[in-house]
Design a protein around this ligand. Sequence first.
Ligand code: PMV
Length: 350
Amino acid sequence: MQGLSDLRAICSAPGKVILFGEHAVVYGHPALAAATDQRTHVEVDCCGTEFTVNGFRIHDRFHSYLLTAVNQLWDRKDPIRIQTEGGVPSASGTGSSAALTVACVGALHRLLGRSELADLAQSAFRVERGTQGGGSPTDTSTATAGGGIAISRSDEPPGVGTKLWDVAWEHEGEERRSWTVERIDIPDLTVVVGNSGVKGRTDEQVAKVAHAARKNAVVRDALADIGRITRQAVPLLRAKDFVAVGALMDKAHAALHMVGVNHPAVEQLVKAARATPGTLGAKLTGAGGGGSMFALTERPQAVAAAIQAAGGTAYTVKLGGPGVQWHDTPPGATSSAASAAAAGPPATVS
Ligand code: PMV
């Protein structure tokens, strides 16, 4: 019989780029997001004598997402060791905390014999929201599903793709909320993400927009505009009409500026990208207030160089990477054995 100390699970999950709909998604409008080709791996085993992360005792100051995942999911006394290998640059606006959360939850679920992706997306959202406060399940569902997704509140589902799952937030003293996640077609695209280096906190930006939306009809109209732009983008992405998609990105960026989440350092990167011949569109991505932008361009290398020259850090990422995967061996090990078994049988604790 397999003992607890023999158990090990290795799981990876991708980063993400929010293509359209950030902030508006908090107000019932849809958002579109795509997984990237950057991945974070998490390995969990039960061989230790205390709870550790990369050899250090787990600590909420350094391992907030992982500790929340362990507290919420690991209902056994046996200590676990967690090893992480982050392929998604942190604080880059490309979903590093969601990738880490989904990979860790995926590994824990496997050890616990839980194998449904919808269950994983739900658990990962609870962990992310439990760690960082408010927000939608856009990042965790993208990291779980991979490819492209549309998401909006379940009382007005996106209705633009094939339904994958619902994700709910239920918390004492808070109104129940539920989101519907759909699969959408997105083309194979390489985009350039530019990080301004100015840290914008998602919870602060979401609270700032809530305050502005209560007071100001211009902000509410801009959020509704973003909703319309997002819906228009779906068929254009499917049709690979990149010129029209780029034009919508520029419009979405202007609307996000009206919402109040643009930042001079991000604007400088957007301008640098747009000034480079071959660029079809550029917009901020994610919560804003600093953070990152991305550009759709026929010349990714030239745009990456322009972003760097404008003071940003550029990442060239491919959209549409696979979602959560489980592996037989850690990343980097000679691994024809890496099973990438998204729907494979779970390890069970016996
Ligand atoms: O900055 P990110 O990648 O966490 O994206 C935030 C997107 C918001 O719409 C502003 C909030 C949310 O959780 O949907």
